[in-house]
Write a protein that binds this ligand. Structure first.
Ligand SMILES: C/C=C/C(=O)SCCNC(=O)CCNC(=O)[C@H](O)C(C)(C)COP(=O)(O)OP(=O)(O)OC[C@H]1O[C@@H](n2cnc3c(N)ncnc32)[C@H](O)[C@@H]1OP(=O)(O)O
Length: 137
């Protein structure tokens, strides 16, 4: 078992995943904005496990920006960066980047890597972790 690291400002956690076609919701195979928020919750959970040895709880989001669509068939990278560590609160900046995408004009299953990636969604959020247990006396 590895002990949690300190909640060091600048620490990042990145997940990468394929967006299944079962999540297509709108015209053009767009997924809903909540998909990005759910993905932010997952990277925030890993962040809390790493910093505090607990999954933590999401308290609030601010400044959610949908800058470009996320589509079924995309390969996305989801990043959380610790920007402030309070007593029990941890403030995070989030980004979803599209790093791969289908190219249906070349064929049904054709796809390419996007270089540079497309920044699709950004946000800030606060997660709260339990207070550390008092040392045994
Ligand atoms: C990782 C992802 C997980 C999820 O997605 S879970 C699903 C969604 N989330 C939930 O269901 C959580 C529901 N909310 C709660 O259970 C509670 O509500 C909280 C546990 C989030 C907070 O409640 P309390 O423990 O009573 O908070 P306090 O003792 O008043 O404050 C502790 C620290 O948390 C900061 N804080 C509390 N609420 C907010 C807020 N809404 N926005 C920003 N910060 C908040 C405070 O300032 C303080 O910070 P300082 O310890 O650093 O001094």
């Amino acid at each position: 078992m590895t002990a949690p690291t300190a909640a060091t400002v600048g620490l990042t956690v990145t997940h990468r995943r394929y967006v299944p076609y079962s999540h297509a919701h709108y015209a053009g195979n767009l997924v809903d904005g909540a998909y990005s928020l759910a993905a932010f919750g997952d990277v925030a959970t890993e962040m809390c496990i790493r910093t505090d040895g607990d999954e933590g709880l999401f308290a609030s989001y601010s400044d959610v920006q949908f800058k470009a669509p996320v589509r079924a068939g995309d390969v996305i990278e989801i990043e959380a960066r610790l920007v402030r560590a309070g007593t029990r609160s941890r403030e995070l900046e989030f980004e979803v980047r599209v790093v791969g995408r289908g190219t249906p004009e070349r064929g049904e299953s054709a796809a390419e890597i996007l270089d540079p990636p497309v920044v699709a969604t950004t946000a800030r959020g606060v997660v709260v972790v339990p207070a550390p247990a008092a040392p045994a006396s």
